[in-house]
Design a protein around this ligand. Structure first.
Ligand code: SAH
Length: 367
């Protein structure tokens, strides 16, 4: 049964302050409750001992602190860790922790499945069910902290968060903003804005809104240097073609006085987008854009029609970009033994787009 209580876990400082002033309380209660929920991992108002008994009782009547339940946690041989979180009867999502030297990056999901149909991504094959609530997004970070046995941010195990899990974060704008506010709030997780990265497939109008609402780091899933190829790999490109996307990237990078570099992600697909000619086109496209490029070796999944580029092709591509002065790194594949690598996150999605049914019909199977 749906609860009628307000779930405080997903409210950022502004939301909590409004909640408390509405109930006739002082706004500073927001700081207290943020710390209890996010730094001490408390979900019972009774334990919030710096508030009066009467207030605690009242809170328990009208509010709750509810996080998604961890139903599976899995460790990879390389130190990567994956959590599957259950949201409701039909849906699960995944979050992945990736330790690299002195950094620990948590990759979180923003939607149940994904409505975009990028041809090389396994989440896309699953269809889409719904947006995650802000509580479900921040709940992934909280679950990871709880797993490590640290609830306080001083324990720097998780140093970075990337919104690169399931879903397109800019199509779940308000909830993603609230969750990112919590990630960077000193009374919650206290991460630096530079260490929170939102990755988008290029929802141009929402990129401009993001510019107004936040100044987290931005990553853009480019994957092709021209419209013809990008239309095929990232169908959203038909709506927001490369020229518009690059203009939005420049606006983001140069907004205010922030001078941010945009990270461009480029999945390396054998014989599809990895030729020297495409590398040269990419260097031209990126000329004058403050950026770096992340080459991601393709991670296969069942029924995927692509193959990973050879190491030789990746190195050749990298050489051309670097020679043109574009800072380029090749992302090491991590966690693929537990299906936790980029593009392998699937969770459990009750598809509402009929994509699965369509696929069965297309394949001539039983409909
Ligand atoms: N929707 C957002 C965020 C999720 S995808 C976006 O498109 O940016 C996170 C990154 O993983 C993207 O760059 C995506 O293109 C990449 N990716 C998806 N499937 C992949 C696969 N099979 N192998 C390697 N990278 C993949």
């Amino acid at each position: 049964m749906q609860s009628s209580k307000v779930n405080l876990l997903g409210l950022d400082r502004q939301g909590l302050e409004a909640f408390f002033t509405n109930m006739g309380e002082k706004a500073f209660r927001a700081s207290q409750v943020l710390k209890w929920m996010h730094q001490f991992g408390v979900d019972d108002f009774e334990q919030m001992t710096n508030m009066s008994k009467a207030l605690r009782t009242k809170l328990a009547e009208i509010a709750e602190i509810k996080a998604p339940e961890v139903v599976l946690d899995q460790a990879s041989a390389d130190g990567t860790h994956k959590w599957v979180l259950r949201l409701d009867s039909g849906n699960c999502i995944e979050a992945v922790f990736i330790p690299v030297e002195d950094r620990g990056t948590l990759c979180v999901s923003s939607q149940v499945g994904c409505a975009l149909e990028c041809s090389f991504c396994s989440t896309a094959q699953q269809g889409f069910n719904r947006n995650l609530t802000a509580a479900e997004i921040i709940g992934q970070l909280r679950a990871a902290y709880q797993y490590f046995g640290v609830t306080h941010r001083d324990e720097r195990i998780i140093t970075n968060v990337v919104l690169m899990g399931m879903g397109e974060p800019l199509l779940n704008f308000d909830n993603v903003i609230a969750a990112m506010n919590l990630m960077t709030d000193d009374d919650a997780y206290g991460l630096s804005k530079r260490r929170v990265t939102l990755s988008t497939s290029g929802v141009v109008p929402a990129m401009d809104r993001l510019c107004e609402a936040s100044d987290v780091s931005l990553a853009v899933s480019l994957h092709a240097p021209n419209d013809e190829l990008r239309n095929e790999l990232v169908p959203l490109n038909r709506k927001y073609p490369i020229a518009e996307l690059m203009a939005a990237c420049l606006r983001y990078a140069n907004a205010g006085n922030r001078k941010r570099k945009i990270t461009f992600e480029y999945v390396m697909l054998d014989g599809v987008n990895d030729s020297p000619e495409y590398a040269r086109q990419l260097t031209k496209l990126l000329k004058g854009v403050p950026c770096k490029v992340n080459l991601i070796p393709f991670n296969p999944f069942p029924e995927s029609k692509y193959k990973r580029s050879s190491q030789k092709a990746i190195t050749r591509f990298w050489d051309i970009l670097m020679a043109a002065g574009v800072i380029t790194v090749t992302r090491r594949t991590r966690g693929d033994d537990i299906d936790a690598a980029c593009g392998q996150l699937v969770g459990k999605v009750t598809d509402k787009t009929k994509r699965q049914e369509r696929k069965i019909v297309e394949q001539g199977g039983a409909a």
